[in-house]
Write a protein that binds this ligand. Structure first.
Ligand code: IPE
Ligand code: MG
Length: 222
């Protein structure tokens, strides 16, 4: 979800206004995804590199997340959305962590759409954690290194158990993955759109899904 800052700047507004508008785009896109029958929607809300932003902006984003959960949770729950987290939200403090954990617990039985929120997430850190686990198991003798295969690594990713990633959309004209789901995107269709995130919504999701439907996926075959 990129482009909040530029959306705000284009209107002479502070970045925080862009993030608020971005939260509205999350609402619209999530509703549209539920309606379209999307099984899993993963949102990159905060990367492990976003800590480089000013304290003020980080605190704005955190405040917005708290507000969003408070305002949206009941509706998400009643729409059959199950919340799941990847990344490590602990640096955001116990209040947000507790709220997130409650939201995950409250929606655990839902099965219409799984909303995965990536918070303080970074793909390379995810790899490093998986590598550490494998090494620990090998050292303790519970794992023979010869048994390390793709499936085992996949099972150690924070996305374990989720279906394969089909479509990855980046907004705002940037053409990079920025440390997002690198392992999981091996065969994902990538879509880079010019739309700034706060302008994203149901129509943009529909056209992204239509574009996805036009792609021929061969998974290395011919
Ligand atoms: C949203 O867009 C990203 C986050 C929610 C952290 P940006 O804040 O990166 O917006 P630009 O790139 O400055 O336009
Ligand atoms: Mg950006």
């Amino acid at each position: 979800m990129d482009g909040n800052g530029r959306w705000a700047a284009a209107r002479g507004l502070p970045r925080s206004a862009g993030h608020r508008a971005g939260a509205e785009a999350v609402r619209r896109t999530l509703r549209a995804a539920v309606e379209a029958g999307v099984e899993v929607l993963t949102l990159y809300a905060f990367s492990s590199e976003n800590w480089r932003r000013s304290e003020e902006e980080v605190s704005d984003l955190k405040g917005l997340m708290l507000y969003y959960i408070e305002r949206e949770l009941d509706e998400l729950a009643s729409e059959g959305v199950r919340l799941r987290l990847i990344g490590d939200p602990s640096p955001f403090g116990p209040k947000l962590v507790a709220k997130l954990e409650r939201a995950v617990a409250q929606t655990a039985a839902n099965d219409r759409l799984t909303l995965v929120v990536a918070l303080n997430y970074g793909s390379r850190a995810e790899f490093a954690t998986a590598a550490r686990r494998l090494a620990e198991q090998a050292v303790s003798g519970t794992l023979d290194p010869a048994e390390i295969d793709e499936q085992r690594i996949d099972g150690l990713m924070q996305t374990a158990g989720l279906p394969p990633l089909d479509l990855l959309i980046r907004t705002s004209g940037e053409v990079r993955l920025s440390n997002f789901l690198l392992w999981q995107s091996a065969y994902a269709e990538l879509l880079f759109v010019e739309t700034l995130w706060p302008d994203f919504g149901g129509d943009e999701l529909k056209s992204a899904l239509a574009e996805f439907a036009r792609r021929q996926r061969r998974f290395g075959g011919r």
